[in-house]
Design a protein around this ligand. Structure first.
Ligand code: LTN
Length: 337
């Protein structure tokens, strides 16, 4: 951690809410290792966020280990990054309470994700679901974070984090750094393999629509073989060819070639051959990743020890900010001695 002082603080988190797709991989996990080199990086498992929709407790537990193992398989190094479970650091819930005192219900009920999830989970529209963005602001602000890698779907939440930081600072004096979005290199939206008009999603009822991190090589290749295309045989990016465009984007993202190079490489080739090549390119990355993750998963004691160590560092950093906040708002410190 040489020159730690000069590096900016970067915070990111993923929810342990089940299957991750190659969309999640490309949008977040793939960049983690590089971010770890360039920033003072903090990577959390956002388990408290996951509770905002109904969970089977045993599954949540399993998914949390899965995600921790996946972080490590992606190359995150507990010696260099802070890797921890959100619920292990009480300051996240504590700062959420304070931030709630400067948050208006209107700004939360207007959030796109809240509205979407309220439709999807209409039998369980709970207060925590609405408060989700405030918990996220607490995650970020506790570490005096400067940079937050965000995809399109979380931009609105980061904007709220910035508003809350500024509002608190204005009311109580300079306390929080105001975080900036870190624009992740765009991979283009990864779409469903069966309905390319839709985003690739793990909640898709049709398993052939998405590639999960847990798919093995055979499953990956089979799903790409079945991917929906169209009836002419041109491998080019075009709004009229959402299926082929999606496959080109996926191939580009996994091989590092751009769309033009990909088009040239497959000029005059048949769809069948192209689909196989896309499947192989994806499997070349995802298969080793899955095996590595499963190796980590076999050693729960090691995973526990990584999370324990991360929680200790995170608690130390978070409590520094929380103490400042409590003092600013006028809460009594605990008497010493
Ligand atoms: N809401 C995010 C996960 C998340 C997060 C964060 C991301 C929770 N806390 C703080 C960045 C910073 C998601 O579901 N993608």
């Amino acid at each position: 951690m040489e020159n730690m002082e000069e590096k900016k603080v970067l915070f990111s988190a993923i929810q342990p809410s089940g299957i991750l797709t190659i969309g999640n991989y490309l949008g977040a996990l793939k960049n983690f290792k590089k971010l770890q080199d360039e920033y003072k990086s903090i990577f959390s498992l956002a388990d408290l966020h996951t509770l905002t929709v109904r969970q089977v407790p045993a599954d949540l537990k399993k998914n949390t280990y899965e995600l921790a193992a996946l972080y490590l398989a992606c190359g995150l190094d507990p010696e260099r990054s802070v890797i921890f479970a959100q619920s292990h650091v009480p300051a996240h819930a504590e700062l959420t309470w304070i931030l709630n005192t400067v948050t208006y219900p209107g700004e939360l009920s207007r959030m796109t994700q809240f509205k979407d999830k309220s439709i999807k989970h209409e039998d369980n529209i709970n207060m925590a679901l609405m408060d989700y963005p405030v918990l996220m602001a607490a995650d970020i602000l506790l570490y005096q974070t400067e940079l937050v890698p965000v995809g399109e779907d979380q931009k609105q939440h980061l904007e709220l984090s910035r508003d809350l930081a500024e509002r608190f600072n204005n009311r109580f004096g300079e306390t929080f750094k105001v975080p900036e979005p870190y624009i992740t290199p765009s991979v283009g939206r990864i779409r469903s393999l069966t309905e390319p008009e839709k985003k690739m999603s793990k909640s898709d009822a049709n398993e052939n629509g998405y590639i999960s991190i847990n798919d093995d090589k055979d499953a990956i290749i089979r799903k790409f073989k079945r991917a929906v295309t169209d009836s002419d045989n041109k491998i080019v990016v075009s709004p009229e060819k959402p299926g082929i465009t999606n496959l080109i984007n996926i191939y580009s993202a996994f091989t590092g070639k751009n769309a033009k190079e990909t088009e040239l490489e497959f000029e005059g080739k048949l769809y069948g051959e192209f689909k196989l090549k896309v499947g192989e390119a994806v499997a070349d990355v995802i298969d080793p990743l899955r095996l590595e993750k499963n190796k980590y998963l076999q050693d729960k004691d090691y995973l526990d020890s990584v999370l324990k160590r991360g929680a200790e560092t995170a608690q130390y950093l978070a409590n520094k900010t929380l103490r400042k906040v409590y003092k600013k708002v006028g809460l009594l410190p605990i008497a010493r001695g």
